[in-house]
Design a protein around this ligand. Structure first.
Ligand SMILES: Nc1ncnc2c1ncn2[C@@H]1O[C@H](COP(=O)(O)OP(=O)(O)O)[C@@H](O)[C@H]1O
Ligand SMILES: [Mg+2]
Length: 265
């Protein structure tokens, strides 16, 4: 019988700049962090890799319109034998000294986001009104939020009073040579094919100026590379993986299809 459990592998993350060092210092200085960057550029992977590096548990909360303060903090559940308090994920993160990652935080309502405030200033505590507790955050606790500043939002944005509580790290798609490394690592695809995919993504991203609102992310590139690596013809893989997800506009689809066909002749 084997006696040693396999160590979990470190999540693979290729840095964009000096975000790893800055994040480490933020953790040490008990500063909350905001990650800004387009969808699929590596924000979640970055947080996963930092939690691993720092040896902290990671608790992720996907934010949405209906998320309430109680969803974050907790609530009394009615059971057959009475009522029992159940911690929400934010409370659990404070108790465990975890990294608490609120993904797409602008999707949450302002009155929900406000419950984060006491954790991001000198108080570093979470008052739980319903139980009368006031939890002090241990040293390992850190709040991380992410959002995509590119989206056009009418009323949705972070309040200045919320923004100014975070150190902002700006991520973006990696330069072509590094994105190629990521695509190869994640898909196992050979260098020549991966190179062609990354080059195609670059040409498609340039269509932003011609009205393409959503450009292909590294995530889409990885998915497409996985399809190619599994044996799907590159042109087909590009259409379903890289082109069709981006828009329903027939003219833009045709332009991207041309680019794809020119890349994979
Ligand atoms: N810098 C990076 N290092 C390693 N993998 C990356 C990187 N950027 C993107 N990826 C790949 O792209 C995928 C999507 O990244 P993710 O972190 O989920 O994006 P986001 O959270 O910004 O939407 C990841 O699963 C990973 O395969
Ligand atoms: Mg994410």
């Amino acid at each position: 019988m084997s006696t040693t459990a396999a160590e979990p592998a470190a999540p693979y993350y290729l840095p964009f700049g000096n975000e790893v060092q800055i994040f480490e210092q933020c953790h040490a200085q008990k500063l909350a962090v905001m990650l800004k960057g387009p969808t699929g550029c590596g924000k979640t992977r970055f947080v996963e890799s930092m939690a691993f590096r720092l040896g902290r548990p990671l608790i992720t909360i996907s934010c949405h319109d209906d998320l309430t303060a109680s969803d974050l903090i907790g609530r009394y559940l009615i059971r057959h034998d009475g009522t029992a308090w159940q911690d929400g994920p934010l409370t659990r993160a404070v108790r465990e000294g975890a990294i608490c990652y609120l993904d797409e935080v602008v999707e949450a309502r302002q009155d929900t986001v406000v419950v984060l405030h006491s954790l991001t200033d000198h108080r570093r505590s979470l008052p739980i009104d319903k139980t009368g507790e006031n939890l002090a955050a241990p040293a390992g606790f850190q709040l991380v939020i992410s959002y995509n500043p590119g989206y056009q939002r009418m009323l949705k944005d972070l309040k200045p009073s919320t923004r100014q509580r975070f150190v902002a790290l700006t991520l973006d798609f990696l330069p072509a040579e590094q994105e190629l490394q990521v695509v190869q690592h994640e898909s196992g695809l050979g260098r020549a094919s991966a190179h062609a995919l990354v080059a195609l993504a670059g040409r498609i991203r340039a269509l932003r100026d011609r009205g393409l609102a959503e450009v292909p992310s590294t995530r889409l590139l990885v998915a497409t590379a996985q399809l190619v690596a599994s044996g799907i013809a590159p042109r087909d893989a590009c259409y379903v993986g890289l082109v069709a997800p981006l828009t329903d506009d027939a003219a833009l689809l045709a332009v991207m299809l041309d680019l794809s066909n020119a890349t994979f002749v």
